[in-house]
Design a protein around this ligand. Sequence first.
Ligand code: ATP
Ligand code: MG
Length: 250
Amino acid sequence: MTIALQAHHLTKRYGALVACDQVSLSLLSGEIHALIGPNGAGKSTLIHLLSGTIAPDAGKLLMGDRDLTRLSPHARVRAGLSRSYQITNIFKQLSAIDNLMLAVQAHAGSSFEFWRPRCADQALRETAIQLAGQCAIDQELWSQPAGVLPHGEQRKLEFALALAGQPSVLLLDEPMAGMGPDETIRLTELIASLRGQVAILLVEHDMQAVFRLADRISVLVYGRVIATGTPEEIRANTAVRQAYLGEEAA
Ligand SMILES: Nc1ncnc2c1ncn2[C@@H]1O[C@H](COP(=O)(O)OP(=O)(O)OP(=O)(O)O)[C@@H](O)[C@H]1O
Ligand SMILES: [Mg+2]
């Protein structure tokens, strides 16, 4: 197993509060790694430290031999560290496929320009269609303006956009939030289908989804990782049950 991303003692303080306290965590290539813990444990802060939207007070972030700690969020995306954002980075007037074509082109840079424009356009479109299919975006909506897509379809489009750059790591902070039961099931299936293709760090409160999806789980409490292990190991861990899972894991 190779390590896709390694956090070493990442620390973030807000005044006297230590939101992330020397967090060390490794993501294995292609694994689905869930990050769970009580409200305010520091999960979103850690996602921000990894994506680069917050700078750590101490610690390091490595991708292979490469030190990402001082890189901007954009440079991290270029290095293969992607994050699924909310609706905001979707162009609402453009169709889902056009949004995906733009994203693929943005990541591929000049490599599409070597072909004649029509061929390049075709290659972009094929990649966009493949992503839309993989993320199970309703085909009847592919050419509709993205802004009119139902919430669940926009979520899938965000996923597809995040995958357009073929990242090696994908960060997901509560992707099921605000979704109905059917959409949650579909999104769970979509995340499961990415296993082996991209290392996923998944912050999620839905324990059913977490225990169904995760290869490994890390538990964060008061900014500290108190355990990392397989779902079975985490379920059986006394400290985890006391701090977070309680009867839910019984
Ligand atoms: N910008 C900020 N300034 C001050 N304190 C902050 C800031 N952002 C987060 N915190 C605090 O840091 C702690 C960790 O917050 P964080 O949002 O990372 O928790 P979380 O685990 O994502 O919680 P939730 O499950 O509710 O999303 C909390 O006590 C929070 O109040
Ligand atoms: Mg949070």
